[in-house]
Design a protein around this ligand. Structure first.
Ligand SMILES: [Zn+2]
Length: 402
């Protein structure tokens, strides 16, 4: 599922493609993909004639700003005698055609993809909404699993907030801060973290705590920060908080630079990302931890697969009984009978049997092990050939090297 870096990449690609274009209409074959209107026709009426002013992102949603969408009054300079700003919006934020400010939101969810193509380009049955542009192109929303949603919402002319529903609730009211915002300082992170008592993994996934973080970057940030996913927020000391803050922001920024992780169906309008090559633990169950070489573990925490290194991400003694209880409660049936063992130097929360490898992960780990065995065997043969009678010693050395 696309997370902050993937959605940010989609928004940036889209920005380069559609800012300045005017939407002339919309078509679709799946009314439930429209969150804001009961029918595709009503949605088409709401978006037709709208000019795209900007494209941004909030949490995991792409936000397309229509003419009149940006809050007027923020910049009183440059208004004409009638109070219109340079884009022709009146003081109430209505565009030159008299439309109220509005924004288009796109939630990609599991499998949503956006493409901007000539209207004549071949389509397929997974394109459920298409917005026609005045230059002969279309924005196509393709979604194999149909969980994604688009909506055209009014904006509060005073604040620019996106409003939904009858009562005009703010769409993003329940969302936490953007982790890459300048205003999101270490101090701000601490202030949000300190009242929390939950475990770190579910906490990072909680969109009300911080917006935009999902399974991939939660696992990666925790591994980089050397914090166990089931560690409780209450046990973090100031240096732990600082590491988590730093690593979370670092991995999100790096992932944006690499256009996100092209895992599952994610792709951006301008093509795939490459961050998946830089992930250290996510979906690498059984592979050696890049830091210590011990196998990456996989557990289920908060109903989500969680990847970590039980050596590098140790659990304080105070957290172990609680974490063990969580694991007992969520253990997959395949792992029945696996015991939680407490090592002398680290807590092994799951024995081999409860690793719960997916077939793809098991295949990858097996392929890696096969390659390693082949390499060792070849090294031994070469050492034998070189050393002749002294082969035993050379073999021992080759074994040490490996
Ligand atoms: Zn490790």
């Amino acid at each position: 599922m696309p997370e902050l870096p993937e959605v940010e990449t989609v928004a940036r690609d889209l920005r380069g493609l559609i800012v300045g274009a005017t939407i002339t209409g919309a078509r679709g074959d799946w009314p439930r993909a429209i969150a804001s209107h009961p029918t595709v026709e009503a949605f088409a009426d709401a978006v037709a004639g709208r000019r795209v002013e900007a494209v941004g992102r909030r949490a995991k949603l792409v936000v397309v700003e229509f003419s009149g969408g940006a809050a007027p009054g923020r910049d009183p300079a440059g208004r004409d005698p009638a109070g219109r700003d340079p884009a022709g919006r009146d003081p109430a934020g209505r565009d030159p055609a008299g439309r109220d400010p509005a924004a288009l939101t796109i939630h990609l969810k599991m499998t949503g993809q956006l493409f901007v193509v000539p209207a004549s380009a071949p389509s397929d049955r997974h394109v459920h909404v298409a917005l026609a542009l005045d230059d002969g192109r279309e924005i196509r929303f393709r979604d194999i699993r149909k969980f994604g949603r688009v909506g055209c919402w009014p904006r509060d002319p005073a604040t620019g907030a996106v409003l939904v529903g009858e009562g005009g609730a703010e769409l993003f009211a329940g969302h936490g801060p953007e982790p890459l915002d300048d205003a999101f300082t270490l101090r701000a992170f601490r202030a949000r973290l300190r009242p929390r008592r939950g475990r770190l993994k579910p906490l990072l996934l909680d969109q009300g705590f911080i917006a935009g973080v999902g399974n991939i970057y939660a696992d990666e940030a925790l591994w980089r920060a050397r914090l166990h996913p089931l560690r409780s927020a209450a046990t973090l000391r100031p240096p732990d908080e600082a590491r988590l803050y730093r690593e979370l922001r670092a991995i999100l920024a790096e992932a944006i630079e690499r256009r996100g992780s092209s895992i599952d169906d994610y792709t951006a309008p301008d093509g795939d990302g490459s961050m998946q090559e830089r992930l250290d633990v996510y979906q690498r169950t059984g592979e050696p931890c890049p830091r210590c070489g011990r196998p990456i573990r996989r557990i289920v925490a908060g109903a989500r697969a969680t990847h970590f290194c039980s050596w590098c991400q140790r659990l304080p003694a105070a957290d172990r009984p609680g974490a063990a209880a969580i694991l007992r409660a969520t253990r997959a049936p395949a792992a029945k009978g696996a015991r939680t063992t407490m090592g002398r130097r680290w807590t092994e929360l799951a024995a081999e049997g409860s690793l719960g490898l997916t077939p793809a992960e098991a295949e990858r780990a097996a392929a890696k092990a096969r390659a390693e065995r082949t390499r060792r065997a070849a090294a031994t043969r070469r050492a034998d050939a070189r050393a002749g009678a002294g082969g035993a010693r050379a073999r021992a050395r080759a074994g040490e090297d490996a």
